[in-house]
Design a protein around this ligand. Structure first.
Ligand code: HEM
Length: 399
């Protein structure tokens, strides 16, 4: 077996899911644009080196709308949104929700997000232990995005189940269970949109429903697509920023001490958490719009192109000592939020949630410890998010 064959075989295995970085390092050195068959059976290219990753994310000849490459039957309601659209539809769809995510709008939410973090940690104070993911890292962003959208926060467990199912479905056949979850999600939103039409508020869903009613700015399918994207993207990612960030602090006690002593370093710390072990492993799919040459590689029309954001963020070219977690790293242009026109719309919100969540945890429970061995942590399988299922913490409130 050639070296490249053995690297291909090492991708997407259980061992790779637990720690993909050694495989990425070899790929960056030997074949930074790798031709392979992806777990969903599609053929295409995996990009692992920083410069090529930036170029791919900005490349206009890589399109997002699969229907242009493979026909309308390949799309679903969950991909009828800006993330899977090209200009000019992309701009129209992003424009409908952009106003809700300006840095000023997000900064105005600071004290409210702080209250949510305090309440969640206060609830945990009755006991000495906490599953960080379920009780804190998941709850904080889902409450915030539910409030922005105007959906009941009590339904957060349903949103989690449906989102997990859809995200997990992207690299396996759509099972009956996943299909059932998709159906329930859409049925839920259908009822909710009807309620909103009768009694609109000043939340984001009300604005979108009104835009759909006016006709030419948003179709019904797009309304479902945009709202499901906001719910899924609004929490599936930030949960892992908080989770992976706390794990990095546990792995590097001297960095944790530094942040505890100087909480004002939190901005750099969040950027480093995003770089060191980012919550989004791979970009979403792009498709070559034509036969083309890209960085010395000959691609065919319809080829799948995926960027490993986490690999690019460990490239020694732009990042000195890339495998070290260093919260005082000089300004780093990591790719955790992507690049180009699809740059994450929720980045200001995710950063603020991460800052508040991490600093509040460090302040209220300065002595927290991991209650399991690092080897016992189970990283979630799949092609999109990078995060662990559970993080059991001993809080030691009285130490
Ligand atoms: C797009 C990462 C949080 C909404 C993206 C993309 C990445 C990303 C990498 C681009 C994907 C690609 O080009 O293929 C993250 C990370 C987050 C986060 C790491 C948390 C740490 C959020 C939040 C929201 C959100 C909180 C919403 C409230 C979106 C939307 C897009 C997007 C709407 C599509 C933008 C477009 O296509 O123009 N995100 N995201 N994200 N994200 Fe996030």
């Amino acid at each position: 077996m050639s070296a490249n064959e053995s690297l291909k075989n090492a991708l997407f295995t259980e061992e790779f899911t637990q720690n993909p970085y050694p495989v990425y390092e070899k790929l960056r050195q030997s074949e930074p644009i790798l031709n392979l068959k992806f777990p969903d059976g599609r053929y295409g290219w995996l990009i692992t080196r920083y410069d090529e990753a930036v170029a791919a994310l900005k490349e206009g000849r890589f399109i997002k709308d699969i229907t242009k490459a493979y026909g309308a039957e390949h799309t679903s309601v969950f991909s009828t949104n800006m993330l899977f659209a090209d200009p000019p539809d992309h701009k129209r769809l992003r424009g409908l929700v952009q106003k809700g995510f300006t840095p000023q709008r997000i900064a105005d939410m600071r004290s409210h997000i702080q209250d949510i973090a305090d309440t969640l940690l206060h609830e945990a104070s009755a006991k000495d232990t906490m599953n960080l993911i379920d009780e804190y890292a998941f709850k904080l962003p889902i409450i915030v995005i539910s409030e922005i959208l105007g959906v009941p926060t009590e339904d957060q467990d349903k949103f989690r189940l449906w989102s997990n199912s859809i995200i997990g479905a992207s690299n396996r056949e759509t099972s009956e269970e996943v299909a059932q979850h998709m159906h329930e999600f859409i049925a839920y939103l259908k009822d909710w949109f009807a309620k909103v039409r009768e009694n609109p508020g000043d939340d984001m869903i009300s604005q979108l429903v009104m835009a759909e009613d006016q006709g030419d700015r948003l179709s019904e399918q797009e309304l479902y697509g945009v709202v499901t994207l906001m719910i899924i993207a609004g929490h599936e990612t930030t949960v892992n920023l908080i989770g992976n960030g706390v794990l990095a602090l546990l792995e590097y006690p001297e960095q944790r001490k530094l942040l505890q002593e100087q909480p004002e370093l939190i901005h750099g710390a969040i950027e480093e958490m995003l770089r060191y072990n980012g919550p989004v492993e791979f970009s979403t799919s792009r498709w070559a719009a034509e036969d083309m040459e890209f960085h010395g590689v000959q691609m065919k029309k319809g080829d799948l192109v995926v960027v490993s954001l986490n690999s690019a963020n460990r490239d020694a070219g732009p990042f000195e000592h890339p495998d070290l977690f260093n919260i005082t790293r000089e300004k780093s242009q990591h790719l955790a939020f992507g690049k180009g026109i699809h740059l994450c719309l929720g980045a200001p919100l995710a950063r603020l949630e991460g800052e508040i969540a991490i600093n509040t945890l460090l302040r209220r429970y300065p002595h927290f410890e991991l209650q399991a061995g690092v080897d016992e942590l189970r990283w979630r399988p799949g092609m999109i998010v990078r995060g662990v299922e559970e993080i059991p913490l001993a809080l030691h409130p009285e130490s």
